[in-house]
Design a protein around this ligand. Structure first.
Ligand code: IPM
Ligand code: MG
Length: 352
């Protein structure tokens, strides 16, 4: 099969990890007789430097017309000026919105041999296998009004937490669908004791839960959920939550796996290109050194094969090769080893 992939390596370590994921994809293409056509574009700080915009219309169009988008990371101290008109992160948010990818899937699994790298005790980590489904194109990130003004002689800043019923419905439907292929358990996380938007969230979760009686649904307040992630993560299966709560909870959940460098993500819409990216950032402190862990990006490319191209066997082959590689003790610096980014990918390729 033939698929078009737009590559957005981005800033910092982004280009280094994306290059290795492309090597893995090329390996899969030759082994399984597929053709992947790549188009590489700038997005984030590098695009601000070259075009004066974190995401140009042309780049967005190249992403929209692709079958999938593979992103490295964006951002860095160079573009951190709070009064700047554009920021790398704006490009990422505009890309998510422009692709209509309303659901961000962040699986968190703990490899037994990496448990020592997690701050939690191994007995708490045994069997942890969580899929966070984060709403990605609504809530505080996009709500209107937003901005700064002067009111009654005071400087004021406003963000709006807004959700329409259909925005909650579609991400909830997807969470339940995904739960059916797992342990059939959904935890809907909200702040319904305080927020009106969370009361709507809970109402719709309850309705979708009633329509999917084979899936167990529970509701959890976000403060409780943040605690449970640490005290009893093994009881969580699919966790579905709004944009900002999901942003915070997924960083928290990522430490369970020992290193953020291990974790992938997929952002999906109703149709069109999916967006795939590791959950780590651009890591400016190690950028250019060739020591970043490419695993999160490589596993993101596996999610791309599964969710956008329907290649389950190929996706599973990548995941298995990664698993074997970690079991065999191959390690980049973030998980206590000395392999370079390239060498880590070499090990994964050897283990297919
Ligand atoms: C993430 C990141 C982004 C977000 C930033 C870079 C805008 O933290 O993907 O979790 O907040 O969504
Ligand atoms: Mg985040």
């Amino acid at each position: 099969m033939n698929f078009k992939i737009t590559l957005l390596p981005g800033d910092g370590i982004g280009p280094e990890v994306v290059a290795e994921a492309v090597r893995i994809l090329d390996y899969i293409a030759s082994k399984y007789n597929h053709t992947f056509e790549y188009k590489e574009r700038l997005m984030g700080g590098c695009s601000i430097d070259k075009y004066g915009s974190s995401l140009t219309d042309e780049t967005l169009a190249d992403c929209q017309s692709a079958d999938a988008v593979l992103l490295g990371a964006v951002g860095g101290p160079k573009w951190d000026n709070p009064s700047a008109k554009d920021r790398p992160e704006r490009g990422l948010l505009a890309l998510r919105k422009g692709l209509g990818v309303f659901a961000n899937l962040r699986p968190v699994k703990v490899h037994p041999s990496l448990m020592e790298w997690s701050p939690l005790k191994p007995e708490k980590l045994q069997g942890v296998d969580i899929l966070v489904v984060r709403e990605l194109t609504g809530g505080l990130y996009f709500g209107w009004p937003k901005g700064r003004d002067n009111k009654d002689g005071r400087e004021r800043a406003v963000d709006t937490l807004e959700y329409y019923d259909y925005e909650i419905r579609r991400v909830m439907d997807l969470a339940f669908k995904l739960a059916k292929g797992r342990k059939k358990k959904v935890t809907s996380v909200d702040k319904a004791n305080v927020l009106e938007s969370s009361r709507l969230w809970r109402q719709i979760a309850t309705k979708v839960g009633a329509e999917n009686a084979d899936v167990e649904l529970d509701h959890m307040l976000v403060d409780t959920a943040s605690m449970r992630l640490i005290t009893g993560p093994v009881w969580m299966d699919v966790v579905v939550t709004e944009n900002m709560f999901g942003d915070i909870l997924t960083d928290e959940a990522s430490v369970l796996a020992g290193s953020m460098g291990m974790l992938p993500s997929a952002s999906l819409g109703a149709s069109g290109a999916g967006l795939y990216e590791p959950i780590h950032g651009s890591a400016p402190d190690i950028a250019g050194k060739g020591i970043a862990n490419p695993t999160g990006t490589i596993l993101s490319s596996a999610m791309m094969l599964r969710h956008s191209f329907g290649m389950e066997a190929e996706a599973a082959a990548i995941e298995k090769a990664v698993d074997t590689t970690i079991t065999n003790g191959a390690r980049t610096a973030d998980i206590g080893g000395q392999l370079s980014t390239r060498q880590m990918a070499d090990e994964i390729i050897k283990n297919f």
